[in-house]
Design a protein around this ligand. Sequence first.
Ligand SMILES: Nc1ncnc2c1ncn2[C@@H]1O[C@H](COP(=O)(O)OP(=O)(O)OP(=O)(O)O)[C@@H](O)[C@H]1O
Length: 259
Amino acid sequence: MSALIQATDLSVSHAGSQMPVLRGVDFRIDPAEIVTVVGPNGSGKSTLVRALLGHVDLTSGRVRRMAGLRIGYVPQRVHIEKALPMTVRRFLSLPRRVGDAEAGAALARTGVPGLESRQITALSGGQFQRVLLARALLNDPQLLVLDEPTQGLDQPGIVAFYELIEDVRAETGAAVLMVSHDLLVVMRASDRVVCLNGHVCCEGTPQVVSAAPEYRALFGAGSPGALALYQHHHDHDHDHVADEGGHAHRHGPDCRHQH
Ligand SMILES: Nc1ncnc2c1ncn2[C@@H]1O[C@H](COP(=O)(O)OP(=O)(O)OP(=O)(O)O)[C@@H](O)[C@H]1O
């Protein structure tokens, strides 16, 4: 199956920084897959997403996007000028004007029907994330890219949002690339999880990754384990590929974690 996006040996350095943010990253996403990138703060998740979309210059490596690929992108930060009144309806027509029926259908699809006349700044966090998703869906994307789409949501809101994402995938067949901090919920909703820390630390299906000793060392069992990800250190290169149960699972032989 040909990939929607495939990156090979990707390295990125930001201007003024000695250290590359990403080094030697291989990544691909196939049609209808839900892939989630997890990793500590500053590990390069947003940079990877932006590199895959062609929004940052590469130091080395290559990114190939399928010709004509339609992408719906929800960036990590959406700046809304508070002083500038803007209704949901108007927001949905930026940057591309859409008809009332299309706008209404997108809002209904994401579980926030009838919000057209509300001010964007008056929405709750959960409503706003759904409006952002509605806008991303207007393009009839083959790939949805969501950078921390559940920020600011409470636990039930997070669970409901991921259920919505799975429904959207089932209905539209769109692939979904997400960056997330909601590790445990993400494990359930994703076909594949990629753990990033400047490089790909480990990756595979949720089952394979969660069964891997390296994953357990990182996350433990239950929610407190999620904190471990934010404490672990990577001081190694990955030069080892292990195959477990026929699934790709990669981890360095000398991957040391604080646990
Ligand atoms: N435009 C930029 N110019 C310079 N440095 C940048 C730029 N964007 C990101 N960085 C730096 O690159 C590193 C990775 O940032 P990135 O936003 O990709 O990480 P992240 O994993 O998405 O983090 P978080 O979980 O905090 O959102 C950070 O040290 C950040 O300060």
